[in-house]
Design a protein around this ligand. Structure first.
Ligand SMILES: [Zn+2]
Length: 175
């Protein structure tokens, strides 16, 4: 497998999901069998067909690169979960010190670990998806791993859905 493709995080400016990736329609916690594929990436009301029609039968887009340019790996995160810690900090920033739970770190600084009876949320879950059958990460690779990310922390994905965010998920790397 040629090692010359970069990971998504180093793919440079202009990187984005591939056109075939834009054709996927799926819910974060839904089964892989619930994913549909639009006939046209630029027509959201074009006809849809199942991504997976039998146990080993996947739509041809499963073989397409997940991104443009094609990459050797991609780190998958869930944006709202990544932001959760910062949101929580903002929410409890003005609380009286009596409500805060602190621990002293090895370097002597104090870290807030809870407030108002709530634990401070940690960083969101992430997974690095690497190319398996092709030199690049395919939509199949991505969907398969992404499904395990949503299994991975059900309670956190609940939060995601409760906020009514769209089901669109991709690398959250802002660089
Ligand atoms: Zn508080």
């Amino acid at each position: 497998m040629p090692p010359n493709l970069p990971p998504f995080e180093e793919a440079g400016p202009g990187k984005r999901p591939s056109l075939d990736f834009y054709r996927l329609r799926w819910y974060i916690s839904g089964p892989r069998t619930g994913i549909n594929v639009l006939a046209s990436p630029t027509d959201s009301i074009s006809s849809q067909s199942p991504y997976q029609s039998a146990p080993d039968c996947f739509h041809p887009v499963s073989e397409s690169p997940v991104s443009y340019p094609a990459v050797s790996s991609i780190k998958v995160t869930v944006g709202p979960l990544e932001d959760w810690t910062d949101d929580w900090d903002d929410e409890h920033n003005g609380c009286h010190d009596d409500f805060k739970e602190l621990v002293t770190l090895a370097d002597g600084t104090e870290q807030v670990v809870g407030c108002c009876g709530e634990a401070r949320p940690g960083p969101g879950p992430s997974l690095t998806v690497t190319a398996s059958s092709r030199p690049f990460v395919t939509i199949y690779d991505y969907v398969t791993y992404k499904s395990s990310l949503s299994d991975f922390e059900g309670s956190r994905t609940d939060r995601y859905e409760n906020e009514g965010k769209s089901t669109y998920l991709f690398n959250n790397n802002k660089g």
